[in-house]
Design a protein around this ligand. Structure first.
Ligand code: FE2
Ligand code: FE2
Length: 482
């Protein structure tokens, strides 16, 4: 089923050319050249997306936007501006347009491909699957010369394909040289993957960065199915969630916090919630966790995993608090994307006083970045802001102390430290835990209740229940997260 698009623009010649281009792909395009036509079409039809130039007249583009935002809140709207200076006007500023429910803003001249890539990001997995041009069998392998920075990779053992491959899959043979081993629409071939894995010792598969969102959607869909299966081990579930989360954070760090991308974070955090909520053998995975690629993307997932598990130990925990901490953990270091490159992967102890001053800004920068997105609520923002605040007042940016630091903020501070200790000193989770517990200086950074609940995540829940009345529960005050 083609996806219906409305393009409302006065430039008929340009719009017609764009229509021809788009209809070669999965779209069916209707055109409107003034506001009246546009509004009538929106009223009479259901569109996958409306692409609107607010400068159209005869019932202005602005009026059409107001009509859509009042009557069809879920409608995807992309605004096309004639030139950049319009963004400085009051009515067409980014803020004003977002308030009117506009999802994205493009400034002319736009490339056809730029528009279709953007539209792809709005497609659901079922849109992608139903518009896939399927072929029986597998196409020939094909050598491709293309820049490395156009690709992203996954470990060959962590690649979960659908029956018909959703996008082209490559192996790397040299710098900027790849072989396309599966074409989008091909029937998946495990033999071909095995050939590279076993015979050629290839351990990563590559796909284009523009397809990363499809990969995340599909893996999220798989994760949901797997997580609902009670017989599957925590280790397998965590493995799949880590694959999807790492690609997700990579997308966030490279392409920014887009509305549709935040939707996917919600799917990931609700899957994480299910694993934490109902998985009896999770403690074992948390104790044995070993996959510590020091990248920012892995770091974000590992912190989400441990913070969610800690919150689960509190008597006041709920689905909402677990999803809040998981979401905040996923986004906590996004402010680093605004820092000079050198500071992105640095640790405070390795920086000069001037560099430190800049580094200390990353929690606030993070809040600024996610602040534009209405799907990220204030509790998430508060945790991001406080993820380096310590209970003993030695943190940053505001040196909050004691109860001034929110429980969720302090949990993230603890887990952030914990993960860095594991990576830097190559410790296992239990060794890193022991390191924290035996250092007075380290342990004073966190509320003692949090430390107690941190210890509990490494213990078989069956054992905790048996001595809970005598020890742990009695010490845990019924306190609300702030
Ligand atoms: Fe941080
Ligand atoms: Fe961090």
């Amino acid at each position: 089923m083609p996806l219906d698009i409305l393009i409302a623009d006065e430039d008929e010649a340009w719009a017609k050319k764009l229509k021809v281009y788009m209809e070669e792909g999965p779209y069916k395009v209707s055109l409107a050249h003034n506001g009246k036509e546009a509004q009538l079409q929106v009223y009479n039809n259901k569109y996958f997306a409306v692409i609107l130039n607010p400068s159209i007249k005869n019932h202005s583009g602005q009026q059409v936007l107001t009509y859509i935002s009042k009557n069809m809140e879920a409608q995807t709207v992309i605004v096309l501006l004639e030139d950049e200076s319009l963004l400085k006007t009051k009515e067409l500023s980014e803020e004003a347009l977002h308030k009117k429910g506009v999802n994205d803003i493009l400034v002319k001249p736009i490339l056809n491909q730029e528009l279709t890539t953007l539209l792809e990001s709005y497609q659901s997995l079922s849109d992608v699957v139903s518009n896939l041009k399927k072929r029986k069998g597998v196409s020939d392998e094909q050598e491709v010369k293309e820049a490395d920075n156009k690709f992203t990779k996954v470990h060959i053992d962590k690649f979960y394909p659908s029956q018909a491959v959703l996008f082209d899959v490559f192996v790397k043979i040299n710098d900027n040289r790849y072989v396309k081993i599966l074409h989008s629409g091909d029937t998946f071939s495990q033999e071909r993957i095995n050939k590279y894995k076993k015979e050629k010792n290839i351990d990563h598969l590559y796909f284009k960065q523009k397809d990363r969102r499809k990969y995340i959607q599909y893996t999220n869909f798989l994760a949901k199915k797997l997580i609902d299966n009670k017989k599957v081990s925590a280790a397998s579930k965590v493995n799949l969630l880590s694959t999807v989360s790492e690609k997700y954070v990579e997308e966030l760090f490279q392409n920014g916090v887009k509305t549709k991308v935040v939707d996917q974070a919600k799917e990931i955090t609700s899957n994480l919630y299910k694993v934490v909520e109902d998985q009896k053998d999770l403690y074992q995975t948390l104790r044995d966790f070993q996959e510590l690629d020091p990248s920012q993307f892995t770091h974000s997932f590992v912190t989400s995993l441990y913070t969610s598990a800690i919150v689960k130990q509190f008597p006041w925990q709920s689905k909402m608090t677990i999803e809040t901490i998981a979401m905040a953990s996923m986004f906590h270091d996004i402010g680093k994307t605004k820092l000079p490159k050198k500071l992105m992967d640095a640790r405070p102890e390795d920086l000069t006083p001037e560099e430190l001053e800049t580094y200390y800004k990353h929690p606030e920068l993070g809040v600024e970045i996610v602040g534009k997105n209405k799907l990220i609520n204030n509790s998430v923002k508060q945790v991001i802001l406080q993820h380096h605040e310590c209970y003993n007042g030695t943190g940053f940016p505001h040196q909050l102390k004691g109860q001034q630091v929110s429980t969720l903020g302090n949990i993230l501070c603890l887990v952030d430290d914990f993960v860095h200790i594991m990576i830097k000193t190559k410790k296992t989770p239990t060794e890193a835990l022991r390191f924290i517990l035996t250092s007075q200086e380290q342990v004073s950074r966190y509320n003692s209740v949090i430390v107690e609940n941190f210890i509990k995540v490494f213990v078989d829940p069956g054992t905790i229940q048996s001595d809970e009345n005598t020890r742990v529960t009695s010490k845990t005050p019924k306190k609300k997260a702030s």
